[in-house]
Design a protein around this ligand. Structure first.
Ligand code: ADP
Ligand code: ADP
Ligand code: MG
Length: 510
């Protein structure tokens, strides 16, 4: 193994661990950072050195550029990997790293400005004749200006925060009568959330598919694609299920190569370096429209790793070290799906963090769990409430869905036990929702649009009769006596509730 200089990972959670694993395998020693809230966090354990950077609030710690650069200097780091979120898409941070003599693992500040900024990106793709969602090219300053674009493209429209991300800062407007108050409301929200109230307008595409292209550039004007991912299953405009290949593109075979070509063309134009993702909306007729580019590693990159066999983080690090010769686009095999397990209410999708008592994540052939939580960890209110990504691969989509169903049935996340043995705490998870999702006929059929959840209220409906432990046990005993096997094997109980084989066993042991 070649020895490399250390890499500082300016992040936390599952992505810090994921990057550590590859870095260490390639001979890059890892420097971790942690906040007050992360003193006992798992990502610290995966590093060769770890440094405290500040209080729990991100601006004191994971966004604290000065402290992070100080740590880089003290630790002897040569590279800085930003992960996703936090500082990953801030050109000023790239420049600050360079000024400090560090190598930022990602694109140059210049290409980040051209593509990572939503407004600038719209102008960049316009200049290259890549279709984008109709709407304003730049920021709209007043509601009247927004209304005039809305009139041009037709209602409904979406007001979107220029600084938005993670699905936040969007508001649907159905008619001119609503636009003035919607504009004020959305602007206020964006100021609160991002410290920047700038808005732009887009036509709202109805029943859309979200399809994105993974690219990788060498920073010298050559880029390749690594296939697509479809992420149409979303809640609150944020993905919960991502897969490759995109089922919608199987219906429109000409669309796929056209999207690859557009993404690679733009990436080459901005001399993009490293991993990046072009997000598009695809409508029911197979037309595609550019949405935005994420100039970083994406949450759902494991899906691409499954179908291509490429370790994207290895490519990022080797490119930064000047040791990657960009190959041709890799062939893609089989079908991969990822779901995001969140600490959130499965009916309302509102975050519900809290301490963890027990966590069992699925493993097995072609099953991958990316998480930063062990038993007795805690999902804190300070950061993203994602608990784990669970992803699977299989030769066909149908088999991948079945493999995922089993993986989700095996997953367990529980609050800590009280002294009397019962579990109690504020933690809720979307596991029961994911188990319903993987059994949903539309999902299994692969024709999903971003309004899937709205159209399928059964996915989020409260359980009509949540079977109590006693009731389930009584039923199992009855079925055992009548030789029908335990209740958990009976499809209706297992499928309709968040009862799992494991929780039944635990009941028996009591
Ligand atoms: P991806 O775009 O990689 O599929 P998400 O949209 O979920 O994933 O965003 C990745 C992470 O980055 C999330 O933790 C999200 O909260 C955070 N994030 C993205 N953009 C912003 C932003 N503009 N402001 C704050 N957080 C953001
Ligand atoms: P973010 O930076 O928050 O990721 P995006 O522009 O990527 O913002 O949009 C997030 C999601 O919102 C998309 O995946 C899509 O589901 C929905 N969306 C965004 N723009 C539109 C649009 N013009 N029409 C329909 N849906 C949209
Ligand atoms: Mg997006």
């Amino acid at each position: 193994m070649k020895k490399h200089a250390p890499v500082l990972i300016a992040n936390r959670g599952e992505i810090a661990i994921r990057i550590s694993k590859t870095a260490r395998a390639l001979g890059f020693p890892v420097v971790a950072i942690y906040s007050d809230a992360d003193r006992f966090a798992e990502h610290v354990r995966y590093a060769d050195q770890a440094y405290y950077v500040g209080a729990a609030a991100p601006k004191e710690s994971y966004l604290n550029v000065e402290r992070i650069l100080e740590v880089a200097k003290r630790s002897g780091a040569r590279y800085v990997h930003p992960g996703y979120g936090f500082l990953s898409e801030r050109p000023h941070f790239v420049e600050a790293c360079e000024k400090a003599g560090l190598i930022f693992v990602g694109p140059s500040a210049e290409s980040m400005r051209l593509m990572g900024d939503k407004i600038q990106a719209r102008q960049t793709v316009d200049s290259l004749k890549v279709p984008r969602v109709p709407g304003s090219a730049g920021v709209v300053k007043t509601w009247q200006e927004a209304a005039s674009f809305a009139k041009q493209v037709g209602y409904p429209v979406l007001l979107k925060a220029a600084a938005g991300g993670g699905g936040k800062g969007m508001r649907r407007v159905d008619s001119e009568a609503e636009i003035s108050s919607a504009f004020d409301g959305a602007t206020r929200e964006a100021v609160g959330a991002f410290g920047d109230g700038s808005m732009y307008v887009e036509k709202l595409i109805l029943e859309p598919h979200h399809v994105e292209i993974q690219v990788f550039g060498d920073g010298k004007g050559k880029a390749i694609h690594l296939g697509e991912r479809e992420c149409s299953i979303q809640r609150r405009h944020q993905k919960v299920w991502e897969e490759s290949p995109a089922p919608i593109l199987n219906r429109y075979p000409q669309t796929r190569p056209a999207m690859f070509e557009a993404a690679v063309r733009v990436a080459e134009h901005v001399r993009y370096a490293g991993a990046g993702t072009f997000e598009f909306i695809v409508d029911g007729k197979g037309s595609f429209y550019f949405l935005e580019m994420n100039t970083r590693l994406q949450v759902e990159h494991p899906v691409t790793e499954w179908v291509t066999g490429v370790d994207l983080v290895a490519w990022q690090l080797l490119l930064a070290a000047g040791e990657l010769k960009l190959p041709a686009s890799p062939e893609r095999r089989g079908s991969a799906i990822e779901v995001r397990l969140y600490a959130e209410d499965p009916h309302t999708f509102l975050p519900a963090p809290g301490p963890l008592g027990l966590i069992e994540l699925p493993t097995g052939s072609f099953v991958r769990s990316d998480s930063a939580f062990g038993s007795e960890g805690e999902v804190t209110v300070h950061y993203d409430p994602m608990i784990s990504k669970i992803s699977v691969w299989a030769p066909t989509r149908e088999e991948a869905v079945d493999r995922l169903r089993v993986a989700l049935d095996e997953t367990r996340v529980e609050s800590p036990r009280k002294i009397d043995g019962t579990r109690q705490g504020s933690l809720r998870t979307n596991l029961s929702f994911l188990r319903r999702l993987v059994r949903n006929e539309t999902v299994r059929g692969g024709d999903t649009t971003t309004d899937l959840i709205a159209k399928n209220p059964d996915l989020t409906a409260a359980e009509a009769t949540e079977p109590s432990l006693e009731a389930a046990l009584a039923l199992s005993i009855h079925q055992l006596l009548t030789e029908q096997g335990p209740a958990v094997n009976a499809a209706p109980v297992a499928a309709a509730s968040n009862w799992s084989r494991a929780s039944w066993r635990e009941g028996v042991q009591k």
